[in-house]
Design a protein around this ligand. Structure first.
Ligand code: NAD
Ligand code: MG
Length: 399
């Protein structure tokens, strides 16, 4: 058991009902007295939120959907649980910036998480960042907000958490000074790693969300299948570690044991390894700078084969599109992200084939990249336009 410190860290968990949220609460529950849950947020999953309120007794529960908030309110009254229920996007920002809290787990999926996560950055909170789309859309603005407020940013994405752990503890955004040559992001390759281009083009949603190594939300599972997840992570790494695009390399590693690596100028390569379980990076960030138990089974390397191969951007064009958007700069990453969100949603609904995900992103980038991207309004406008352009484009396509 880890020693109980006083006072406890006070948490808001954005996206508590999702995969990352559930894993976060699992780690929190292993350390009674160390953490206090101030607020939990969800969108539509009322029963899961009731259960989380029963176990974790937050002061506030937010459901972004008003109907779900009303249903939650009734359920909590019936159970006599003294939890205040709020709804709507403003409520997400309120609980992410409340003076009572010091730590925010940002685990909403997609650009929907941006306003509250950015607000937490402005408010100087410790941010545990799972919501990579926030950094993809608003990279420079977000990092500026962190620097200006003195907020603390700890990556939850397993690759970035591995890189964070493999960098010097006093790393402050200067890779050259740290003696770093390159950042190596590993990728499982997803469920379509060995499929032909034809088979990938006609893959079904059920095939796409059957990830070989990780249990994740549907959107990120499809992103893993298209390698867009790795593309988003390349952009995420650029901002988190102030890396030049040419310093970020991608290596397919199907076993997901080496979570990522840092290559130094003296030839050293430092990596973080572990059983693929998101509770490890979550516990690392929750306890930072101390290590705390995560409930993760020990890594058994005896008899294991680890392999590495190059990513194939011909079969997985989304990865190349992300590198292209990063090189283009400006609003391109926001456009890429929004087009991807719309296309993935349509694919999951069975409305368009898998191959249209990359096609519609390419289309949106062609139509919109190059626009202004200095203010948050510029980025939100790019996001809106890309959603419109992609929706219209996909209406012409049949599954
Ligand atoms: P998920 O779909 O399981 O959960 C998403 C959460 O966001 C839920 O709580 C949902 O209620 C909430 N949400 C969805 N839409 C919302 C909206 N419009 N407004 C407010 N809340 C909304 O997703 P996940 O797998 O937990 O992923 C969450 C984030 O973490 C994503 O950005 C993902 O890329 C990132 N991430 C996840 C993993 C993983 O292993 N699951 C790993 C690395 C990074
Ligand atoms: Mg990842």
């Amino acid at each position: 058991m880890s020693p109980v410190r006083t006072p406890p860290r006070v948490l808001t968990i954005l996206g508590a009902t999702g995969t990352i949220g559930v894993n976060t609460l699992d780690v929190v529950a292993r350390h009674p007295g160390r953490f206090e849950v101030f607020a939990l947020t969800g969108a539509t999953q009322v029963e899961r939120m009731v259960e989380q309120c029963r176990v974790h007794r937050p002061r506030i529960a937010v459901m972004s959907e008003p109907a779900a908030a009303a249903a939650l309110h009734q359920r909590l009254l019936a159970e006599k649980l003294p939890v205040e229920v709020r709804s709507g996007a403003d409520a997400l920002t309120e609980v992410a910036t409340a003076p009572e809290i010091d730590t925010v787990m940002a685990a909403i999926v997609g650009a929907a998480g941006l306003p509250a996560t950015l607000a937490a950055a402005h408010a100087g909170k410790r941010i545990l960042l799972a919501n990579k789309e926030t950094l993809v859309v608003s990279g420079q603005l977000f990092m500026d907000a962190i620097a200006a407020s003195g907020a603390e940013l700890l990556p939850i994405d397993s690759e970035h958490n591995a890189i964070f752990q493999s960098l010097p503890r006093d790393f402050r955004g200067d890779l050259q000074q740290a003696g770093v040559n390159a950042l190596w992001l590993t990728a499982s390759g997803g469920p379509f790693r060995t499929l032909s281009a034809e088979a990938i083009a006609s893959a079904t949603p059920a095939q796409a969300i059957a990830h070989p190594n990780w249990v994740m939300g549907k959107k990120i599972s499809v992103d893993s299948a298209s390698l867009m997840n790795k593309g988003l992570e390349v952009i995420e790494a650029r901002w988190l570690f102030n890396a030049q695009p040419g310093q970020i390399r991608v290596l397919v590693h199907p076993q997901s044991i080496v979570h990522s690596m840092v290559e130094y100028i003296d030839g050293s390569v430092l990596a973080q390894l572990g059983t693929p379980d998101m509770r490890t990076p979550i516990a690392y960030a929750l306890g930072f700078p101390e290590r705390i138990a995560a409930g993760v089974s020990a890594l058994e390397l005896m008899g294991r084969q680890l392999s590495f191969e190059a990513p194939d951007t011909a079969r997985f064009p989304c990865l190349q599109l992300a590198f292209d958007a990063l090189a283009a700069g400006g609003n391109a990453a926001a456009v890429l992200n929004a087009a991807n969100e719309v296309a993935v949603e349509r694919f999951l609904a069975g409305a368009v084939p898998f191959s249209q995900i990359a096609a519609s992103i390419a289309h949106a980038l062609e139509a919109l990249a190059g626009g202004a991207a200095t203010t948050l309004d510029d980025l939100l406008e790019a996001d809106r336009q890309a959603r419109r352009v992609t929706t219209t484009y996909l209406e012409t396509v049949r599954a």
